[in-house]
Design a protein around this ligand. Structure first.
Ligand SMILES: Cc1cc2nc3c(=O)[nH]c(=O)nc-3n(C[C@H](O)[C@H](O)[C@H](O)COP(=O)(O)OP(=O)(O)OC[C@H]3O[C@@H](n4cnc5c(N)ncnc54)[C@H](O)[C@@H]3O)c2cc1C
Length: 519
């Protein structure tokens, strides 16, 4: 039986980051990836001959600078042009946020631009305080060591340093819904619609659901191109980022095996012993880092009885049903979005007219249905990297929010109807786009689950809601990357701080493991 110092299950970007850091620390590491390529949700795919795009994640807005620095990645690989956000409105024309999340805004009144600036400054300051906790292991009760106390103290001081009113306002706002905050500051429906959309993207909440502001805070804790709230479309699609992480892991000495699905995790006497692959091969290690969905790790791969009933039940109750679909269109020409210049079309286009539009798109999802008037985020990656489409053609990549994992009528029946609803919305903003479609691919959460081995097809490998955060992420008892099995750790988006292409769960887990083993 082969043996390694460390086995990493899953070659998504978090698995690659964890593997790279463990290998850099001198460990003999193997990454076992079920798919035929690494990258997970950060792969670039060819969905029609000659047309390539980011398979799931298409915008970089939170890759952690710590990951780039600690793995020694070439920062120029993660450079790009700051993408504007264009909120489409076929009646009034678009509102355009420039710089990092609207440092300047076009298409709104001067008074509204000032109001947005005030709100932006407030949210950025608050997100900056929350952001301190992202690149760290979450605090755990009973284990509140000096480090955690210092972090909490610094966060508190950070707030107090802003003045008593700011501290009070933060306590007031933190668990509010995004719609009420948008109403407090703004008049413009398009700006309110954007905030509502961004707060719930990838999460099963509507903008009027309590605590929905947290999703926007999470979005704004991310940095890109050196700026909080920044975003860009990577050249070559998100796969170029995964390839850089793969190269770094290999350069640091990690081995990578694809087509190697792990089907069992072995332990004896509460200690990890290794894993078995689907073909029966066994690989031994006293350290297994699982960078796949935490519930799959602990409830499917471990033998029944390896974890106690209480933990098993709380894992069963982790909410992880995806709510976002992914659309890819191969087009024979560049679409023309009304009122959007060709320079701005290189950014992110959002269809979310107002808060009500987003809320009404959420409502049917509660009952296993989709809206006939969906909300979505659109990119045209081939405008940034023409090699992604044949000459003259274009690729459209859209994340369509509120596509329930469990569709009442079933996705076989529902998919063509949902595609027609999405195309109807696109046609309203880019007349003629339907006639330019060469091929389309619509991935529902069920398709995402199958294609990416991502249970529930969930953006974050588990809802990013207040009861599933920090010391409860993925659930109490297995927060902070540890599990009850000595030597088995969690490291995917399902662990703190959550999903998106940040690399932080993988990085934090690797650092925790190394610090424990050094102690
Ligand atoms: C529709 C959609 C759009 C998104 N858009 C964005 C975006 O624009 N920007 C952004 O930052 N984020 C986005 N995300 C979120 C992002 O894709 C995820 O949070 C991220 O991919 C999680 O990374 P990960 O490495 O933790 O897990 P994954 O990417 O899920 O990777 C896990 C890997 O483990 C492998 N695996 C699973 N089971 C096994 C097994 N038993 N044995 C071996 N290997 C296994 C899988 O094949 C996969 O390669 C989006 C998500 C969705 C669903």
């Amino acid at each position: 039986m082969k043996s390694y110092d460390a086995i990493v299950i899953g070659g998504g970007h978090n698995g690659l980051v964890a593997a790279g850091l463990l290998a850099k620390a001198g460990k003999h590491v193997i990454v076992l990836e079920a798919g035929d390529r690494v990258g997970g949700g950060a792969r670039t795919v060819e969905f029609h001959p000659g047309y390539r795009t980011s398979g799931l994640a298409h915008l970089v807005n939170r890759l952690a600078p710590e990951v780039v620095g600690e793995l020694g990645l070439d920062p120029s690989l993660f450079a790009g042009e700051m993408a504007p956000t264009v909120v489409l409105d076929s009646e009034t024309g678009p509102a355009i946020l420039r710089g990092a999340y609207g440092e300047a805004i076009d298409g709104v009144s001067p008074g509204e631009a000032i109001a947005f600036g005030r709100m932006r400054a407030k949210l950025m300051m608050q997100a900056g305080i929350l952001g301190r906790f992202l690149a760290k292991r979450p605090p755990r009760p009973g284990e509140t060591g000096l480090g955690s106390l210092v972090d909490l103290g610094l966060a508190g001081l950070g707030l107090i340093g802003k003045g008593r009113d700011e501290a009070r306002d933060f306590a007031r706002m933190a668990l509010m819904n995004v719609a009420d905050i948008a109403d407090e500051y703004l008049e413009d429906d398009r700006l309110k619609g954007l905030l509502a959309f961004d707060a719930v993207l990838g999460i099963h909440l509507g903008p009027r659901s309590p605590t929905s502001l947290l999703g926007l805070y999470y979005r704004l804790t991310g940095t890109a191109l050196g700026a909080r709230g920044g975003q860009f479309l990577p050249r070559g699609g998100m796969g170029s980022l995964a390839e850089a992480l793969e190269r770094a892991a290999i350069d640091h000495g990690a081995e990578i095996r694809v087509n190697a699905a792990v089907s069992r995790i072995f332990s004896a006497g509460g200690r990890i012993e290794g894993v078995a692959l689907a073909d029966g091969e066994k690989i031994a290690s006293t350290l297994v880092v699982s960078a796949i969905h935490p519930v799959a790790t602990l409830r499917r791969l471990l033998a029944p009885g390896d974890i106690d009933t209480g933990l098993s039940i709380s894992l069963k109750n982790v909410r992880s049903k995806g709510d976002a679909a992914k659309l890819h269109l191969a087009l024979d020409r560049v679409p023309d979005f009304a009122g959007v210049s060709s320079a701005d079309a290189r950014g992110r286009l959002v269809i979310a007219r107002n808060v009500r539009h987003v809320e009404e798109a959420f409502n049917p999802a509660k009952y296993g249905e989709f809206s006939a008037d969906p909300v979505m985020e659109i990119t045209l990656p081939s405008l940034v990297d023409p090699s992604l489409a044949p000459p003259g053609g274009a690729v459209l990549s859209a994340v369509v929010q509120f596509a329930p994992y469990e569709l009442r009528e079933g996705w076989e029946v529902g998919r063509p109807k949902f595609l027609a609803a999405i195309m109807g919305a696109l046609e309203r903003h880019a007349p003629g786009i339907g006639a330019s479609v060469v091929a389309s691919e619509l991935l529902t959460p069920v398709d995402i689950e199958r294609r990416y081995n991502m249970p529930g097809g969930h953006w974050h490998h588990g809802e990013l809601q207040v009861d599933q955060l920090l010391l409860n992420r993925p659930t109490f008892g297995v927060a902070g990357y540890d599990t009850p099995i000595d030597g088995l750790y969690l490291a995917s988006a399902g662990s703190h701080p959550g999903g998106g292409i940040s690399g932080l769960p993988g990085r934090n887990a690797a650092r925790h493991i190394l610090s424990r083993r050094a102690a």
